[in-house]
Design a binder for this molecule. Structure first.
Ligand SMILES: [Zn+2]
Length: 192
């Protein structure tokens, strides 16, 4: 498994709710944590590793052995309150950072990989990460939430990523968008 980058089509394909968790899916979760730490991230959604299921992992500290590892299965965000601007980046958009305005406080509920319900009001950084990751599961990237002027300022970075994707497909390093999407749908047949 590896972290896939914009404009990989699986990032734009909405993830589906998970009906069951088995050993293979727990191994996917472990691999997601490993990749998240390797790339120095604080959260990683399953569709960022080509698995279009409603699942993400996070650790606010971003460091193995520190902070708390959290697994969110079928997360739902409600009751957004307040507004806050904060700089965001994304492991699927390497080199792209920009300020994003989002609700400051939210309520969430989800299930852990052991089947326990987790829920609560969260604010600040944790609320930010949860919203960013749930966006991924809906096929939304943080760059979709930028004002037009800020979006313009990162246009060339986005274009560079698009050219890289196309050149990898031309040289056979990456399959076509259609093949990539079909490959990811196998996960939904199995767990949805
Ligand atoms: Zn992201």
């Amino acid at each position: 498994m590896e972290v896939i980058c914009y404009p990989h089509p699986t990032l734009r394909y909405p993830a589906k709710p998970i009906q069951r968790v088995d050993k293979e899916l727990r191994e996917v979760i472990a691999e997601m944590f490993r990749l998240m730490y390797e790339h120095k991230g604080v959260g990683l959604a399953a569709n960022q590793v080509g698995v279009p299921l409603r699942l993400f992992v996070m650790n606010e500290s971003g460091k193995l052995g520190q902070g708390k590892e959290l697994v969110f299965i079928n997360p739902v965000v409600t009751k957004p309150r307040g507004n806050e601007e904060m700089e965001e980046g994304c492991l699927s958009l390497p080199g792209v950072n920009a300020n994003v305005v989002r609700p400051k406080t939210i309520f969430f509920n989800a299930y852990s990989h052991t089947g326990e319900e987790v829920k609560g009001d969260v604010t600040g950084y944790m609320a930010r990460i949860i919203q960013h990751e749930v966006d991924h599961l809906d096929g939304v990237l943080f760059v979709d939430r930028l004002s037009p002027s800020v979006r313009n300022s990162i246009d060339s970075d986005m274009y560079t990523l698009e050219l890289d994707h196309q050149s990898k497909q031309k040289t056979g390093l990456l399959k076509s968008d259609e093949e990539l999407l079909n490959e990811s749908k196998v996960w939904q047949e199995k767990y949805c």
